[in-house]
Ligand binder design. Structure first.
Ligand code: FES
Length: 191
């Protein structure tokens, strides 16, 4: 008498298990892809290109950027010319007076250019600008909740809710191009 009901329940359970297994496999694939992307963020030799605007995807030339300016960039693989676009590869590039950089930051700078991951370590908002007034003037500022980082000193946190500096990207010059001298130093993104 009860067998059909049991069988129906068993079928339902089996279907649920099959669906869960399928979802698990999909999640695994997604996680796998994300992990692979994080492992290939920026490589030595990648050329910095404009992240947006009418020059998007074109190499940033040093003579195109004035002093005390910040802009967003992406790394481009020089052989395949593929621009590595994504939140975790977004860079904030700053041109400063080389004399203002501390010794450690100067080691990774090129002609006064310093580069950091643009992802705020508080909650992951993209950073694209320098503050213009008061104690924020010339500092990297996150407009979401006001984190302030010092671009002259390894992007150490000067204020706001962030607890950790931005990851630093070593730079070198190749002709007029700015090129990554290695991968990010430090963790990219939020904890
Ligand atoms: Fe940047 Fe909160 S995400 S301060």
């Amino acid at each position: 008498m009860h067998k059909p009901e049991y069988t129906a329940k068993a079928r339902l359970l089996k279907r649920r298990e099959t669906l869960q297994a399928g979802l698990g496999a999909c999640t695994g694939l997604l996680l796998g892809r994300t992990f692979a992307q994080e492992n290939s963020l920026v490589a030595a030799g990648d050329v910095l290109v404009y992240a947006s605007g009418d020059k998007a995807d074109q190499p940033i030339l040093v003579n195109q950027v004035g002093p005390n300016k910040a802009l967003n960039a992406y790394p481009m693989d020089p052989s395949s010319q593929v621009v590595k676009k994504g939140l975790k590869t977004l860079i904030v590039l700053v041109r400063l007076d080389p004399k203002t950089l501390d010794a450690n930051t100067a080691k990774y700078a090129a002609n006064g250019f310093v580069a950091y991951s643009a992802i705020c370590t508080h909650q992951g908002c993209p950073i694209s600008q320098l503050g213009e007034v008061g104690s924020r003037k010339g500092k990297l500022v996150c407009t979401c909740h006001g984190a302030v980082y010092d671009p002259t000193a390894g992007a150490k946190v000067l204020g706001g809710l962030a607890k950790r500096p931005l990851a630093l990207l070593p730079l070198k010059l190749q002709g007029q191009n700015l090129v990554a001298a290695g991968g990010f130093i430090g963790k990219v993104g939020v904890d």
